[in-house]
Design a protein around this ligand. Structure first.
Ligand SMILES: [Zn+2]
Ligand SMILES: [Zn+2]
Length: 339
């Protein structure tokens, strides 16, 4: 490889030929953003460029400072000596892979992504490139997700059983992305849906961005003493075990997270139920994605990067780790990163 088109600096992933950063972790002049989760979209930069459908979520994330320019998926933008375009990453609303081209050399920075269907965002598309930068949050062969059909059958069955038992169903999920995806998939004929404020705020932004979610009510607007038996309540993981949760009693609590694939984690948190579902790739999807890009160079960031690198090298690819400050899905749910 000649001089690298994109490399890591103390401020983040930098493209010198274009003089911009991708998902910088410190304020910069020009930030190109893959998506609005807080480990990728930080406040304080002067100019932000993102995929158009994610502009409103990004505004919410970074606050009022800084210019935000949304670009439709697939539309090329010239930045100095490079051509940049955004391509759906299938992760959350507006999430994108950033394609950077300079004199025929193409790199793709995938941010966070998944291949599974999600009606709240545009589906992942392979970006043909020479160098592919991928995450590896769930880059271990034990991580495989069930189909949406099986997942939602499980969630609906749990909800119905709680209803029969006179309990409310508290479903803990990241407020940005996961909560909306779950709301879209559940059987709304079972009962009413209520939301924690953090989820309600994001739902409003999704609504403003044109994503039609099923009807739900912000829990805080309900009169004191309301009974929630039979209802489904969407809340961020940080709400678990707090005084807020008491109003839902008797309650069955479930956490929707890729980490629920590992039983011990659910047991340690004394949850009633865990649904293994993630907005990140499982192991088979990571391998499939890498293959579909046709890239000969793979740079692996956050997650089980060493393991994925070793596997890809065995497949004859030039794979290496790339150290970044991005974070995966938090196993204890305490982090606000993917809220
Ligand atoms: Zn993310
Ligand atoms: Zn991330």
């Amino acid at each position: 490889m000649a001089s690298k088109l994109i490399y890591t600096t103390d401020r983040g992933l930098y493209c010198e030929a274009g003089d911009f950063y991708i998902d910088p972790w410190r304020p910069v002049e020009r930030a190109v953003i893959t998506h609005a989760h807080s480990d990728h979209a930080r406040w304080g930069s002067r100019n932000y460029l993102c995929a158009d459908p994610g502009a409103k979520v990004l505004r919410h994330r970074v606050g009022n400072e800084g210019e935000i320019q949304g670009v439709p998926y697939g539309q090329p933008v010239s930045i100095n000596d490079t051509t940049v375009s955004f391509h759906p990453a299938g992760h959350i609303l507006g999430s994108a892979q950033v394609r950077v081209e300079r004199k025929g050399e193409v790199w793709a920075v995938s941010g966070d992504y998944k291949l599974d269907e999600d009606p709240t965002c545009a589906p992942w598309e392979p970006v043909k490139c020479h160098t592919f930068i991928t995450e590896s949050t769930f880059g271990l062969p034990i991580y495989t997700w069930s189909s949406n059909e099986d997942l939602f059958t499980d969630i609906n069955t749990w909800w119905e059983k709680n209803k029969r038992d006179g309990k409310s169903s508290l479903l803990l999920a990241y407020a940005l992305g996961k909560a909306q995806r779950l709301m879209m998939g559940v059987d709304t004929s079972i009962g009413p849906i209520y939301t924690h404020g953090a989820v309600a705020t994001m739902n409003q932004i999704y609504d403003n961005s044109g994503v039609k979610l099923p009807r739900s009510t912000r829990l805080s607007t309900m009169p004191k003493g309301t009974k929630y038996a039979g209802a489904l309540i969407l809340a961020p993981p940080s709400a678990y075990g707090t005084p807020w949760q008491r109003q839902l009693n008797p309650v069955s609590a479930a956490f929707a997270s890729g980490w629920m694939r590992v039983r011990g984690i659910r047991r340690r948190r004394s949850l009633d139920k865990g649904f293994p579902v993630s907005d990140h790739c499982d192991w088979p999807s990571l391998l499939k994605a890498v293959q579909l890009t046709g890239a000969e160079n793979i740079l692996v960031t956050h997650g089980y990067s060493q393991i994925l690198v070793r596997y890809l090298r065995d497949q004859g690819l030039n794979a290496d780790t790339l150290s970044t400050q991005f974070e995966g899905e938090e196993s204890d749910g305490s982090s606000e990163v993917h809220e």
